[in-house]
Design a protein around this ligand. Structure first.
Ligand SMILES: Cc1ncc(COP(=O)(O)O)c(C=O)c1O
Length: 621
């Protein structure tokens, strides 16, 4: 029985029962059952599952924790939250997010013009919108249009020039109106506190963003001189995503809290909020030794509210409203990729593949004896003998004394001896066994693209939990390396003896075996690359009705081959024409065959790039 670390990363979203992964919601459907349901409708290849109920769960946990802390501390400010669009802009994520979050007054954060269009067209009026990143006059103009629509929108300025542009755009937009309508202004501060981990450079003095204290004072004076100080309502910071430890946040809160209080005392009467950005971490670890987060959401909320209250009381200023822009925490757990295993590459290292002769070379014969008589008490000795014999046999092969069949028998037998000894010696300590796991690791070819579906693994070595959807009542025995179907050697999740992933020994010509790649809902989708022209996989939105039964709300099929080429601006009409002409003019194709071949070609063009079959399978995987 193995749980693949579900108790560490699963957050009660899934449970294991009868060897299967079940959704811990409604009628507790199994992921395997839903996968089969979708495949029976004709969809093949990897499937990205989305679960709106998990989005709602994350949003409600965020609000409930902060609300409870505010009440507990009798905090005077309010709590606001926005979802940063950069983390996931896909409509099939965003529409459910907007639906389920209405009752929370949840808003959106935008970092580009396109994101701003999404934000101002879909955020309910009255819910907050924050706008970060570098902006030109046009983008600032869009913010003014949004405020004239009635949106509660705050532009965060990243540099002094932006503030000058805001002043100019404000004159343009409010020329003819008696009472001016403008967005609120926030200032991103350049803290000396830095974050921790891969994304720490979002904070600190050398960060790309934010105003130094000198620039902050200049910005303040600029607003004052232009009679716009009443628009200055927020200070903002963000010390980096996936903040694994709480201490950098505490430091940043103290620094930002004091900047807020100083500005209040200086006369920033409208300043009423601190935006603490994102960074709330997600636990991706499958092993206790690799945990990525040392705090809970409750501790996070306690620290924010306590420190802001303490600083405000000490400095005699009103307690500010708190804004958060947590993205990863809200979206990571809502989706997972399910992909079929297509092949196991060392399937041949099995007893049935041996080609033993009537008379074998003595060392091969001895390997066979070792294999059949290995036991707990002699395992280590037999293992060493086996490894030693293999070295000698490979030398004998190089010198021409044994043939290819003997060599193949030797390799299979030693592989089998290593596997047996690892099982027999599993309670023993020592690096030797860890090292040996590497020599028997199995390569699982999986129908997905790592570049498209887990780009942060490729770019930043970010780990994602991986587990099979069934057989969880059988102990998996094979150290697993995962290969994707791109023809790039980087498309691999290599077996790591320190954080081992073991999968089951299966024959994929006999049975299906699906892997789930979990917590893929933050950043992965839009960062996903079309390397080798593998596209965003087929998506399925899984919801539950009032009786708790699951239903597939929507399926969006991966792009067809022709659409992928169209996206790259190929002239697909001329591609289709060229293919057709080549078939019609080919002297190698019989006249009667041409229509059939053309029909097949059109069918293939209408399908997606993921594999349908790879070997003579009983069923198409
Ligand atoms: C300004 C800002 N806010 C919020 C976020 C979201 O961070 P996270 O996804 O870690 O919550 C980011 C991401 O880097 C950011 O730059």
């Amino acid at each position: 029985m193995s749980s693949f670390g579900l108790d560490i990363w699963g957050d009660d979203n899934f449970i294991i029962e009868d060897g299967k992964v079940l959704i811990n919601y409604g009628n507790r459907a199994s992921l395997l059952e839903i996968t089969r349901d979708i495949r029976e409708r004709g969809y093949r290849g990897p499937i990205l599952f989305r679960f709106p109920h998990i989005i709602e769960r994350q949003i409600s946990k965020l609000y409930n924790n902060f609300q409870a802390t505010i009440e507990e501390f009798n905090y005077q400010g309010s709590f606001y939250a926005v979802f940063p669009l950069k983390v996931n802009q896909f409509p099939n994520f965003l529409q459910p997010l907007i639906e389920v979050s209405k009752k929370y007054n949840y808003g959106l954060e935008a970092g580009s013009k396109a994101e701003l269009i999404i934000a101002i067209s879909s955020t309910p009026l009255g819910s907050p919108i924050t706008v970060n990143g570098f902006k030109d006059r046009e983008m600032i103009g869009l913010c003014f249009i949004a405020s004239k629509m009635g949106h509660f929108i705050t532009i965060t300025i990243e540099g002094l020039e932006e503030l000058e542009s805001i002043i100019e755009v404000s004159r343009e937009f409010n020329r003819d109106t008696k009472s001016s309508i403008s967005p609120q202004i926030g200032m991103r501060i350049r803290l000396h506190s830095t974050g921790i981990g891969v994304w720490a450079k979002s904070g600190g003095y050398s960060s790309k963003f934010g105003l130094t204290s000198t620039e902050l004072l200049e910005a303040y004076e600029l607003l004052e001189r232009n009679s716009m100080l009443e628009l200055f309502s927020m200070i903002h910071f963000h010390i980096g995503s996936q903040m694994g430890e709480i201490s950098p946040l505490k430091k940043a809160l103290r620094e930002a809290g004091n900047i807020y209080a100083e500005l209040k005392k200086r006369g920033a009467t409208s300043l009423n909020s601190i935006n603490i950005g994102g960074g709330l971490a997600v636990e991706y670890a499958q092993h206790n030794s690799a945990r990525e987060r040392n705090y809970s959401l409750k501790e996070f909320a306690n620290d924010v509210i306590f420190l802001m209250q303490e600083i405000s009381k000490n400095k005699g200023v009103p307690q500010p409203d708190i804004f958060t822009e947590s993205g990863r925490y809200i979206s990571a757990s809502h989706s997972l990729l399910v992909a079929p295993v297509l092949e196991l590459f060392s399937q041949d290292y099995q007893e049935k593949s041996l080609r033993l002769k009537k008379v074998n070379p003595p060392l091969v014969q001895e390997l066979y004896e070792l294999f059949i008589s290995i036991s707990r008490s002699n395992a280590r000795e037999y293992l060493h003998d086996g490894l030693d014999h293999l070295e000698s046999l490979l030398t004998l092969f190089d010198l021409g004394y044994i043939d290819l069949e003997d060599r193949s028998n030797a390799e299979i037998l030693v592989n089998l001896i290593i596997k047996k000894s690892i099982v027999l010696l599993k309670d023993d300590e020592g690096d030797e066994l860890k090292r040996l796991q590497n020599s028997i690791k199995e390569k699982y070819l999986v129908n997905f693209s790592l570049f498209q579906s887990l780009p942060d693994f490729w770019g930043l070595a970010q780990k994602f939990p991986i587990m099979p959807l069934d057989k969880l009542n059988i102990k998996p025995s094979r150290p697993a390396t995962i290969w994707d179907i791109t023809c790039d050697s980087d498309g691999e999740i290599e077996f790591n003896p320190n954080l081992p992933l073991h999968l089951h020994d299966i024959d994929v010509t006999e049975e299906e075996y699906f892997l789930g790649f979990f917590l893929t809902g933050a950043y992965q989708e839009v960062l996903g690359m079309r390397h080798n022209l593998f596209t965003h996989p087929t998506e399925a939105i899984v919801d539950f009705n009032e009786d708790g039964e699951y239903y597939i709300r929507d399926i969006i099929e991966a792009q067809s081959l022709i659409d992928v080429l169209d996206d790259l601006d190929y002239d697909t009409n001329s591609i289709e024409k060229s293919l057709k002409d080549r078939i019609e003019n080919s002297k190698l194709i019989d006249k009667r065959e041409k229509d059939e071949i053309l029909g097949k070609l059109y069918l293939y063009l209408s399908e997606n790039s993921y594999l349908k079959t790879i070997q003579s399978l009983k069923e198409n995987l």
